[in-house]
Design a protein around this ligand. Structure first.
Ligand SMILES: NC(=O)c1ccc[n+]([C@@H]2O[C@H](COP(=O)([O-])OP(=O)(O)OC[C@H]3O[C@@H](n4cnc5c(N)ncnc54)[C@H](O)[C@@H]3O)[C@@H](O)[C@H]2O)c1
Length: 318
């Protein structure tokens, strides 16, 4: 595969580039910021193009010059920046996704994999587990932009024959996540104690939030892209890392067990707690991903904390 990864310098995108390289695939990273140092060395494996997804001509040129056959679309703004600045979120997440799909169409790209989110769910969810076909009625700008990307991808598949696939990813846990978002406590409640720093968790201890380890999330993106087209029926899939989701109290306990002297405290913010609980209290059903292309998460909670520790050391941050 010759991949182009928008947002390839980011938290999940950089890990996806590493994973693709390990499997023998080369990547072009298209991002506003340069990739981490370990992705900067070998131009045959990782090329870097500093550009915005809002720039249609540059994306067409890049896709043509590198003859990319598969696009992974991860570049854009996360939940809290979108909420603070919905005007830029429209330009980047909505218009940028449209420009990317146009660039893919005009450059003859075969396949586009969208990094969507469980933030597509929101209001008026019926009782019971959240399925791929559950009502998508997000209240947030971020979720709205993701619903747009999913629907536009389906349109490009129908109208132009693009092999469009997408993942609705829950909150991603891993080292080095810098951009705050509502469920960032899932990362920082592990990272800060490993760095010897105190941390306040801003949700009630019993809050549950669907999460996935970043290595599982990036592997899911790669496996979805590599699945034979005949297996892809649902097109956009929920994936889940931990079923049932662990509570914030269970997370804190597991960290305290693995990191003696961890200083974690709860300082619940009622708004954040209730927004997360609205989805977190439900089971996230990823059965279609499991049945259609064999999705299975690889980490349990203690295993994730152990791997987090060694990854943090590898990144030179601990
Ligand atoms: N982190 C999570 O918990 C989570 C959960 C579900 C879905 N996602 C989705 O996964 C994708 C990657 O998320 P992440 O956690 O790695 O975020 P991140 O912020 O670490 O990475 C996003 C990357 O996009 C780049 N970017 C921003 N604006 C851009 C633009 N105009 N043009 C090109 N690049 C631009 C940023 O520089 C950054 O490197 C996003 O689409 C996000 O919505 C993330």
């Amino acid at each position: 595969m010759k991949a182009l990864i928008t947002g390839g310098s980011g938290f999940i995108g950089a890990q996806l580039a590493r994973l693709l390289a390990a499997a023998g695939h080369s990547s072009v990273i298209l991002d506003l910021q340069p990739p981490p140092p370990d992705l900067a060395g070998d131009p045959d494996t990782y090329a870097f193009v500093r550009a915005s997804v809002t720039n249609l001509p540059v994306m067409i040129d890049t896709l043509r010059a590198h003859q990319a056959d598969t696009v992974f679309h991860l570049g854009g703004m996360l939940s809290m920046p979108c909420e603070r600045d919905p005007w830029s979120a429209f330009e980047v997440n909505v218009a940028g996704t449209y420009h990317l799909m146009e660039a893919a169409r005009l450059s003859g790209v075969e396949r586009l994999v969208l990094s969507s989110s469980i933030a597509v769910y929101g209001e008026d969810l019926p009782e019971g587990p959240i399925h791929d076909h559950s009502l998508q009625r997000p209240a947030s700008m971020y979720g709205t932009s993701k619903v747009f990307g999913e629907l536009l991808g389906r349109f490009y598949a129908r109208r132009f024959g693009l092999d469009f696939r997408g993942l609705r990813i829950p909150s991603v846990v891993g080292p080095g996540s810098k951009v705050p978002h509502m469920s960032i406590y899932n990362c920082w409640a592990i990272e800060r104690p490993l760095l010897g720093q105190p941390y306040e968790i801003l949700v009630e201890p019993e809050t549950r939030c669907p999460t996935i380890y970043y290595k599982d999330a990036s592997r899911a993106l790669m496996e979805l892209a590599l699945a034979p087209v005949s297996r892809i029926k649902t097109k956009v899939y929920n994936i889940n890392g931990f079923s049932p989701a662990y509570s914030a109290a269970e997370l804190a306990e597991a960290v305290e067990e693995k990191v003696p002297g961890a200083r974690l405290e709860f300082k619940p913010d009622q708004e954040i707690t209730s927004l997360i609980q609205a989805i977190g209290s439900r089971e996230l059903d990823d059965g279609h991903a499991r049945r259609e292309w064999g999705w299975a998460p690889g980490y349990d909670l203690p295993g994730m904390i152990d791997d987090f520790r060694s990854e943090l050391a590898r990144l030179g941050q601990a």
